[in-house]
Design a binder for this molecule. Structure first.
Ligand SMILES: C[S@@+](CC[C@H](N)C(=O)[O-])C[C@H]1O[C@@H](n2cnc3c(N)ncnc32)[C@H](O)[C@@H]1O
Length: 289
């Protein structure tokens, strides 16, 4: 049986909206020992860093994201050199923008916007990596056509390549034995057995357009119920509150045994939408005591 690692911080790797990087060590403290780990709403996989062991299954419905995970696993040096090349080109252009005192740089820097257009045509995971790291507040956002539409973060240039390289190599070591799958969460759950542990971080009910796919809540609750009858332990990050306003969904009481409230720091999404920072807390539901 395995237990999660005890690291207090998670190296930043894949920028993903709704990331659990800050909460991950708190959530890991609540885990039971487990045989295999399953993370069916992977995103930036903050929990995966602590829970990954041989045979873990990590999945997401969004293909370019899973392709990026697979590249970090199989070709870390290619991921590093691609980011370094793009970052260096961006840096040259960025310095030029500053020299020319361009404040309203519509369509600039070209390195970022060309990369974004290319990604929206080809879905190359390396392009996704670069625009995620350099867009406004690192917020991954799509329009109705599923195109990445966040802009360049004018006052930041993204993580320095040396730091990025270090983080990629650390993560690469951690995820060596993990199976990455692009599939819907139900397919992933079908592989879980008694003794396994599942961590869920589904999209918020109100997160339309932030991710590629919204969640059918009734179907999701049915899947949790099935896990309960198969004696599979799970933890679920779900609803919560932001700046004193509650965003609770009707989580059926018979599905879980414990509910905790964890702080997730300030909301990057609300910061960009309302230009103010708001304290966010999220609920963690557990189906065991
Ligand atoms: C809140 S994010 C996960 C964030 C992650 N815990 C982290 O730390 O970065 C939710 C993820 O669920 C994925 N998703 C949405 N609907 C899905 C579905 N039906 N099956 C599998 N994944 C889905 C989205 O693509 C998104 O990456």
């Amino acid at each position: 049986m395995c237990m999660p690692a005890k690291d207090k911080t998670i190296p930043s790797l894949i920028k993903w909206t709704g990331s659990k990087r800050k909460q991950a060590p708190l959530i890991a403290r609540e885990a039971k020992s487990y045989n295999r780990y399953f993370e069916p709403f992977l995103g930036g996989g903050a929990l995966l860093f602590l829970f990954a062991h041989e045979g873990a299954v990590a999945s997401d419905i969004y293909k370019p994201l899973i392709n990026l995970w697979k590249l970090i696993q199989s070709e870390p040096e290619e991921v590093i050199s691609d980011y370094t090349e793009k970052w260096n080109a961006l840096n040259v252009e960025y310095k030029q923008l500053q020299l020319n005192h361009i404040k309203n740089s519509n369509g600039l820097p070209k390195v970022f916007y060309d990369c974004r257009s290319r990604f929206n045509k080809t879905h190359n995971p390396l392009d996704l990596n670069f625009i995620m790291r350099t867009c406004v507040n690192g917020i991954v956002r799509f329009n109705g056509e599923g195109e990445f539409n966040n802009s360049f973060h004018l006052s930041r240039q993204g993580m320095k390549p040396e730091m990025f390289a270090k983080n990629v190599r650390i993560w690469h070591e951690r995820i060596k034995g993990v199976y990455f799958e692009c599939q819907s969460y139900e397919e992933t759950l079908a592989q879980a057995k008694e003794g396994d542990f599942v961590y869920f971080d589904p999209p918020y009910a109100d997160s339309h357009n932030r991710y590629i796919k919204d969640l059918d809540l009734q179907n999701f609750f049915t899947e949790l119920d099935k896990l309960n009858s198969r004696n599979i332990s799970w933890a679920l990050s779900f609803d919560g509150s932001r700046a004193g306003t509650n965003y609770f969904s009707d989580m059926p009481k018979e599905l879980y045994k414990r509910k905790l409230s964890l702080s997730n720091g300030n909301s990057a999404v609300s910061k960009i939408l309302n230009s103010k920072q708001e304290e966010v807390t999220e609920s963690l539901y557990l189906n065991y005591n």
